[in-house]
Ligand binder design. Structure first.
Ligand code: HAM
Length: 422
């Protein structure tokens, strides 16, 4: 019996990895032009980081973490990037650097969700976190940057919708929690067991429930409208309105969505999501983010406001494939295909050519020259460098241009000179 990959953790094959490289390169280029430096935290963190950071009543922490235990220590494969970046920000004293501190990251994340199209157990995120500034301008810098990344990926702007919301201050959330408890007091029998637990620990999470009967009850009770009313009267509203004004100034189109609460507990004030208008089915959120002014202090650092976002790269790649198949379906480049019955000569020449900056593959089996040429063409090489028995005896190589078919014979000693001028 062959052994297959773990469910929900697909391989990325060479045919797709050129597209991955382009996506990741366009992201890092765009964010570094805006002053964001790349950070690479480990994949495994102490479980407590996510329990305290993401929130111990969120679906991510209660149901979706990959946790292992070694010598009484619990460690978890990161389900998202923000908590680890904040941990590193505190641990390495980045909080003492001049503000703002701008960090970017990309890599795999792990959530034990039910796999389906666009939802995996290992997926990749690319994100940024901006520390140390509480202004609306910082919110908008981050949103503007997310839009710039989408442009760099050549996704038509009309295929993405930006939704924003204000989830208020921690005080607003307390008021809202009490309001939800009061609203749902007589509906205990009608809500799912998860929501009953949420009511005790963190009532705002009921807005994130995916069970249809709960969703329709909360709709009838107008729970998200209640949150909007509480927040509109709270301390965070003027800054949020400033964020919306700035978005307008920059002609960044958005919709206000009072139901947008996000699935992680750390957010305060501005939250946002970018969804694809079509092509991704129900898993159409390509980017999520927002402000999290309490998290650094909650994880033991000095009180530091922060804001950030993360894209889901598998979903982005599906969109790019749909819109830009040509640009993203690149095979690995091969300039020169080297073949000789003398493996040692072929491997040495290949190394010399690679040192000149060429992309080179080597024939690893003896074959008639015709078969080698077939192989070279299949690999997409532009030039073949061939040595049959006769050329070997003469210390020479055939250089064949695979586009024009033109070929010439060159002495072994002249090859370096020939290819350095190509
Ligand atoms: P999130 O909304 O949980 O936010 O994830 C961000 C993006 O990751 C989603 O919009 C989606 O594209 C992708 N994603 C999430 N789960 C999966 C999955 N199971 N399979 C495929 N793609 C998935 C965060 O993770 C926050 N840390 C974002 C953030 C950064 N907020 C502030 N800074």
């Amino acid at each position: 019996m062959p052994i297959n990959a773990v469910k929900g953790m697909p391989d990325i094959l060479p045919v797709d990895s050129a597209a991955w490289q382009q996506i990741e390169q366009a992201f890092t280029e765009t964010v570094s032009r805006a002053g964001y430096g790349l950070i690479r935290p480990p994949l495994l963190e102490n479980t407590e980081l996510f329990e305290r950071g993401v929130g111990d009543s969120t679906d991510i922490v209660t149901k979706e973490m990959f946790t292992i235990e070694r010598e009484h220590r619990r460690m978890t494969l990161r389900p998202e990037g923000t908590a680890g970046v904040v941990r590193a920000f505190i641990e390495h004293g980045l909080s003492r650097r001049p503000k703002p501190v701008r960090l970017a990251y990309l890599g795999p994340m792990f959530r034990y969700e039910r796999p389906q199209a666009g939802r995996q157990r290992q997926f990749h995120q690319a994100g940024v976190e901006l520390f140390g500034v509480d202004s609306a301008a910082a919110d908008v810098e981050v949103i503007q940057l997310a839009m710039a990344v989408i442009r760099a990926w050549q996704i038509p702007p009309e295929r993405c919708v930006l939704s924003v919301n204000n989830v208020g201050t921690p005080e607003d959330r307390n008021t809202f929690s009490e309001a939800i408890r009061a609203s749902l007091a007589s509906f205990d029998h009608k809500i799912c067991p998860d929501c009953r637990a949420r009511l005790i620990k963190n009532p705002i999470r009921v807005l994130d429930c995916k069970v249809d009967s709960c969703k329709s009850l909360y709709g009838e009770l107008k729970l998200s409208e209640k949150l909007a009313e509480i927040v509109a009267d709270g301390d965070s509203q003027p800054a949020f309105e400033q964020t919306c004004l700035l978005l307008g100034d920059l002609a960044i189109t958005y919709t206000l969505n009072s139901g947008l609460v996000r699935g992680l507990d750390y957010y305060t004030r501005t939250v946002f999501e970018i969804t694809a208008t079509s092509g991704l089915g129900s898993q159409n959120a390509v980017c999520g983010g927002g402000r999290y002014n309490q998290l650094v202090a909650q994880l033991g650092g000095p009180p530091t406001p922060a804001v950030g976002f993360a894209f889901g790269l598998e979903r982005i790649l599906s969109l790019c494939n749909e819109f830009n198949r040509e640009a993203f379906c690149l095979k690995p480049a091969v300039d020169i295909f080297v073949a000789s019955d003398n493996a040692s000569a072929a491997l040495q020449i290949a190394e010399m050519l690679r040192n000149l900056g060429k992309f080179v593959t080597v024939a690893l089996e003896s074959k008639p020259i015709g078969k080698w040429l077939e192989q070279a063409n299949k690999q997409g090489a532009t030039t073949a460098l061939l040595q049959g028995e006769n050329e070997r005896a003469a210390g020479a190589w055939i250089i064949k241009d695979l586009q024009s078919g033109h070929q010439q014979v060159y002495e072994h000693s002249g090859l370096q000179h020939y290819f350095s001028s190509q």
